[in-house]
Design a protein around this ligand. Sequence first.
Ligand code: NDP
Length: 340
Amino acid sequence: MSAIVNHQILLASRPEGEASTANFRLAQAPLPALAEGQVLVRHHYLSLDPYMRGRMNDSKSYAAPQPLGQVMGGGTVGEIVESRHPQFQPGDKVVGMGGWQEYSVVDAAQRGTLRKVDTTRIPLPAYLGAVGMPGVTAWYGLVKIIAPKAGETVLVSAASGAVGGAVGQLAKVRGCRAVGIAGGPDKCRYVTDELGFDACIDYRQYADAKALGKALQAACPDGIDGIFENVGGMVLDAAMLNANAFSRIALCGMISGYDGAPIPMAAPQLLLTNRMKLEGFIVSEHMDVWPEALNELGTLVATGKLKYRETVAQGIASAPEAFLGLLKGRNFGKQLVKLT
Ligand code: NDP
């Protein structure tokens, strides 16, 4: 047994409706001695992601429910502190799924559990954001589903976030008009002034889909060819009101319904009349594209052409509150927890 104490956040109970801090429990556990083939990782950052809300429910979904009483699952970046595997040395920086805890013991021999990363040109936490799962999500939905041509208009909701921010910048690289939807003037200013989108609409200024649709019409004078949807509800309805014939919707997320609110689609007939394609996707089911996507994302970040922002909570005990904030839009860019 090692003397190190590992602080962890467990799922204590399943939410009914809105999730709350009472659904989580702070715990601590000693670290076991390493077996042959194992490594000990000190986590530097934990990634908080909207999909974790779905896993807190005990309902059928693409991901198995998070078991009660166990450490919350989640992506982490960190450093090897002890190794009994020949391919990992103390000091190596790694990305993995270490969960909501300060340390993890990993069977490094198991393929895909840990990936060494180079932090000379890309900062370590970026491997949880723009050069990680959210970046690949943006890349997949844009490149493989929307497949935009230069000159087309791409609209993305939750545009200041980890996924949304990358979508618009990747669309600009491809010669498109990129328009964002985000909550509040600060986020919208960031989306246009820092990320280089052509326009950004603050959805909070509009009472319904019709009014938001009018604002989108002004921002998208040639209509919308690709909708990268992260939110659902009124935001998607407003986008569909401006969709061009043969436009595509990459249905990535519907965060406005994650706490259980109903999110009906107001006018599904537009899918037919506009001959639209709507495709939902889960990024982890497309591992074949990850190398190509990470290559482009890594190059763009390393050369300063892909920008991103992070909101960083401090310490494992702050993870539940930070996670609930993410579900309410209190984060500004990629939500992380710093664990060192
Ligand atoms: P973000 O960094 O974008 O954070 C979530 C944001 O959602 C909030 O900041 C908030 O921004 C926005 N939001 C909009 N409407 C609402 C609402 N009604 N309630 C709460 N928040 C709202 O998160 P990510 O970039 O990590 O994820 C973006 C989307 O992508 C999510 O829907 C997520 O589930 C999805 N996703 C899907 C994947 C897949 O494989 N399909 C993989 C990864 C993510 P604002 O203030 O602008 O409203």
